[in-house]
Design a protein around this ligand. Structure first.
Ligand code: UDP
Length: 372
């Protein structure tokens, strides 16, 4: 064998797996159909600013082992994610906390805020929330739901909140302190110099071929690599349904469209890295001003408007739609995957699961360990 592993996908999962396997003395070849490394955490310097080309990525974890591991590959700054939400001409702090409640209702103390929310919820009579709308209403009441949740969520997922699973909103708890830190994890930051460099360092001298799909690679090399670059096992981090030629049907994904704008001579466009637009009528969900992730002082700025989009074959898949129907279909693909000899599946697309970066690292390390 020329390589112990063929790794399909040069994203975070593939790169961490390659890193751990190389440490264990194994050889890997990484391929990716994109012309760039780092999958969706790819960052590129523009106007002296690290631009998150496939959506903003803020690193956060409560896993000390993961935090220590990733810091071998980058120095992290002290960025704390504190998004601002714009609803019509009103501005609110996120996540939902005393700053939000105070702005919304003029309350000052946690007791007043709790009383206000209890009053909003009373009379709704939702015992077992069956969907996202019921979950949000029973958690925060109609004011927060209408102004900060409904429009944003319906734009992002392209469907009515009544047709969405309740678990999505569990990511947004209520907080009765004046604290705008979006995450509750003890470790958080942005890697100085961007994410692409992390992936470069993770891969080290592992050979990489960019701009070649798995399909093209197999055609070139024979099914088991016997005609060229031979390999023992494959780690596949692409879409699991695509791997099986959609033989059981397509899984659904949500896609995104990014509209990037360099604004020369503007040193500060919106005063925050992340500003969410929560009303339905504004077509984008958020504007990212990249320089604020690194406390940039450049004379110019780069912003990205993020438009949610329905996914169709050929588009970039971003979010798996983990509703019952899709999860059931994924389960059938997963059972097929179990039977694939010498093929491992990993990452957000291979496992059809929303995963934060720290969870990706955890899962890739543990897969690598189980291979030793
Ligand atoms: N959300 C919301 N209003 C906001 C931000 C988020 O209702 O201003 C909800 C929405 O349902 C969304 C979920 O929280 O789908 C997760 O949002 P987040 O921005 O954390 O997701 P990301 O795309 O950053 O992973």
């Amino acid at each position: 064998m020329k390589y112990d592993y063929l790794i399909v996908g040069a994203g975070l999962f593939g790169a961490v797996f390659a890193n751990r396997m190389r440490e264990a003395g194994r050889t890997c070849l990484v391929i990716d159909r994109r012309g760039t490394l780092a999958g969706n955490i790819y960052t590129k310097e523009e106007a002296g600013i690290q631009v998150h080309k496939y959506g903003a990525h803020i690193f956060h974890t409560s896993n000390k082992r993961v935090w220590e591991y990733i810091q071998q590959f980058a120095e992290f700054n002290h960025y704390i994610n504190s998004p601002v939400a714009v609803y019509k001409d009103e501005l609110y702090n996120l996540p939902f906390n005393m700053n939000t409640f105070s702005k919304m209702w003029g309350v000052r103390t946690p007791a007043e805020a709790r009383e206000k929310i209890a009053g909003q919820i009373a009379g709704l009579h939702i015992e077992n929330p069956a969907n996202l709308e019921e979950q949000a209403l029973s958690l925060a009441g109609p004011d927060v739901y209408e102004k900060l949740i409904k429009g944003y969520t319906e734009k992002q997922w392209g469907r009515d909140c009544k047709d969405l699973p309740a678990f999505i909103i569990k990511r947004l708890p209520l907080r009765f302190v004046y604290d705008n830190n979006y995450f509750t994890d003890p470790y958080q930051g942005i890697p100085k110099g961007g994410y692409t460099r992390i992936v470069e360092k993770l891969l080290g001298d592992t050979p990489v071929r960019l701009g070649i799909s798995y399909h093209e690679f197999l055609k070139e090399n024979g099914q088991k690599g016997d005609a060229g670059d031979s390999f023992g096992k494959t780690l596949y981090t692409g879409m699991i349904d695509e791997y099986f030629n959609y033989c059981l049907g397509e899984l659904q994904y949500r896609s995104l469209r990014f509209e990037e704008e360099v604004i020369p001579g503007c040193d500060n466009y919106q005063g925050n890295a992340v500003v969410n637009y929560t009303e339905r009528e504004v077509p984008y969900t958020r504007i990212i001003e990249h320089k604020h992730f690194e406390f940039g002082t450049q004379a110019d700025t780069v912003i990205t408007r993020e438009y949610p989009a329905e996914w169709k074959r050929g588009d970039e898949p971003y979010y798996p739609v983990n509703d019952e129907l899709n999860n059931a279909l994924y389960e059938r693909y997963r059972r097929m995957a179990e039977k694939e000899e010498n093929v491992l599946f990993g990452g957000r697309l291979g496992l059809y699961r929303y995963m934060d970066m720290d969870k990706v690292i955890e899962a890739a390390i543990s897969l690598a360990e189980s291979e030793q």
